[in-house]
Design a binder for this molecule. Sequence first.
Ligand SMILES: [Zn+2]
Length: 315
Amino acid sequence: MFSARKWSGVFRAARLHHFRSHSVSRASPNLTFVPACLPPDPVEVEELQRFVSSSKRLFVMTGAGISTESGIPDYRSEGVGLYARTDRRPVQHAEFIRSASARQRYWARNFVGWPQFSSHQPNKAHLVLRDWEKLGKLHWLVTQNVDALHTKAGSQRMTELHGCTHRVFCLACGDRILRSELQEHFEALNPAWKAEALDVAPDGDVFLTDEQVRSFQVPACQKCGGILKPDVTFFGDTVSQEKVSFVHQRLAESDSMLVAGSSMQVYSGYRFALAAREKKLPIAVLNIGPTRLDHFASLKLNSRCGELLPLIVCT
Ligand SMILES: [Zn+2]
């Protein structure tokens, strides 16, 4: 196995050099929010190839690290993640539910971030996983991301564990609408309101001052006047038991687990890795930087998802 310790040494050594050459490699894909790392080691490629080849029903879990190459920052990556660069934190579930001004702030920021956030496109890693599904290699994909990039890539055998920002529902009557539709309601209600999007977060959030937020009008549900909420599990909320059981069933049908682009710090995803360990499934982790699985994964790879996954031949 590749230990985290071994690779973190290499990782640190490569860091300075890579930061210097960062602007050169930024052209394509967008690497602004991707932590520095070495190109895939041929041994790494071979190990992952062996792992994928020996799997017949692969369970894949992805996190923010797979979307950074599409230009979306993650929260936790050292140096380039949102937590490292800013003091911004995502909205808490309880605050959104109880406070009208918290909802006003959330939606104003989300309204400003939406055009840019919704325009991000899947990268090579998303496309590879889509292809693995078509080839029958990938049994089920679970993403912790709310950016819809797997859907845009065409993945179908997939669960969005924390929902998706592209859908909105009413807390009172349950009516569902597309987030793009809501943008039109926002525009109609706020014809003269203007603010600029800087630094869009993994959930489409941008920073605005209280003064900018104060005059923003938030639409209610058109069917019942209820409160609208994105179909996203906010921090402090829990994933429904029904969804958790469904994912456990898909995992039970699988013969191995690949984690791509996640440090698995959030328990709602980590629990499935614990379940995989209990079932003694081989686990491979592809993530730049340490993860909660490093001490029990069969394979740990510190590479960019969009760089390593396309090198794997899937038959
Ligand atoms: Zn309603």
